[in-house]
Design a protein around this ligand. Structure first.
Ligand SMILES: Nc1ncnc2c1ncn2[C@@H]1O[C@H](COP(=O)(O)OP(=O)(O)OP(=O)(O)O)[C@@H](O)[C@H]1O
Ligand SMILES: [Mg+2]
Length: 364
């Protein structure tokens, strides 16, 4: 994956909001890349800046937003410099978005077949009967049974999970380069959630779209993401391949998120949550914004902002704990146990693979 081409490059993004109480520093120097065909998960607590980041990519920031610095490069263009009209075109062809509540993107008065076909007719100049055919195919692809009969139904005639499938069909009908999914399954029950996530993965493989997947649920990330960026108080504090974040996390905030993540073998009742609350972004703290909640905080954390330290060529974390002068601190026990478990599972997989190989050869 490291060598794959970047489809999107966000550099030094700073976004403020003007409010009566003062300036909210919502995004504080955020940079990241999105590669072709990959899924990048952005995780973090409520208010960390996940949605503002993606709103900026879509050109849909609130009126009181001020982009104080940065660029968002897509296809040789800085998206922050495009006109509303150009952004409208990009949103309907190149960068699509799905939200937590499908009803926000569906027109309750329009038949769903028409809603799925419309982007093709309007933006790709496809003839209505061909577009209808494509809509039918797309309905089948997203798992709407009896597509022929249901093409003339209205959104309210579908369940929540089915509506999210329709939204996905609309978002993907033009084969966008990028799909932004902002908590797309949190409103759904667990079984339906899993189905929608599977569906997204399948379609992603089909049309080779890149996905920015926003969630506060690390459990969902595990099965979905190639890479993970962890956000805290308007900054990315750690990023790396999903495995690196899950099994070799370095930032105490990531430790906290992982500790509070339920797994099959933990008892949900005893999950610790990270004590304290995120800082007030009207007056962001000096130094490491996580320091007041960090039991491993060093003195320097209150004075200076940590730079990114390289953990591997694909993994970086902004914590002074990685400075060579810092005391050696081990991650919490629960995380060490998971690393162990992962290593065991990996060994089992390798062994199973060897066995498979063996019997495959015998079959020949
Ligand atoms: N229009 C606005 N005016 C003022 N502040 C805003 C505005 N929009 C967002 N913010 C602030 O920007 C920060 C980041 O918000 P954002 O919506 O990106 O959080 P999030 O990570 O998506 O959280 P959640 O998980 O709750 O969706 C928050 O402090 C929020 O209050
Ligand atoms: Mg949000």
């Amino acid at each position: 994956m490291e060598n794959a081409k970047n489809i999107l490059e966000v550099r030094n993004l700073e976004i403020n909001f003007n409010t009566y109480a003062g300036t909210v520093r919502a995004i504080r120097n955020v940079s990241f890349d999105l590669r072709r065909g990959e899924t990048l998960a952005i995780v973090g607590e409520s208010g960390s800046g996940k949605s503002v980041t993606t709103r900026a990519i879509m050109g849909l920031l609130a009126n009181n937003a001020v982009v104080a610095n940065g660029t968002i490069e897509y296809d040789g263009k800085d998206l922050l410099k495009q006109s509303n009209r150009q952004m409208e075109k990009i949103r309907s062809v190149d960068i699509a978005e799905i939200f937590q509540d499908p009803m926000t993107s569906l027109d309750p008065t329009m038949k769903i077949g028409k809603q799925i076909a419309e982007p093709l007719i309007v933006h790709k100049g496809v003839k209505p009967d061909k577009a209808r055919e494509a809509a039918l195919k797309m309905m089948e692809a997203v798992g709407i049974t009896n597509a022929q009969e249901r093409i003339n139904d209205y959104p309210h005639q579908f369940s929540g999970g089915m509506r999210q499938r329709i939204v996905i069909a609309i978002a993907l009908i033009n084969h966008p380069d990028i799909l932004i999914a902002d908590e797309p399954t949190t409103a759904l029950d667990v079984t339906i959630q899993a189905q929608i996530l599977n569906l997204m993965r399948r379609l992603q493989n089909m049309i080779n779209t890149s996905i920015i997947f926003i969630t506060h649920d690390l459990g969902v990330v595990a099965g979905m993401a190639d890479r993970v960026a962890v956000m805290y108080a308007g900054k990315i504090v750690e990023y790396g391949k999903a495995d690196e974040i899950f099994y070799n996390p370095k930032h105490p905030y990531t430790w906290g998120l992982l500790e509070s993540m339920p797994t099959l073998d933990t008892d949900a009742e005893y999950l610790p949550s990270i004590p304290g609350t995120p800082p007030d972004l009207l007056n962001p703290p000096v130094g490491d914004a996580f320091a007041p909640r960090n039991k491993y905080a060093l003195e320097v954390d209150l004075k200076a902002e940590p730079p990114f330290f390289e953990v591997s060529p694909t993994h970086f974390a902004a914590t002074w704990l990685l400075d060579p002068r810092a005391p050696q601190i081990n991650p919490p026990e629960i995380i060490v146990q998971r690393q162990q478990k992962y290593e065991n599972e990996r060994q089992q997989l390798i062994n199973a693979d060897r066995l498979n190989h063996h019997s495959a050869e015998e079959d020949l």
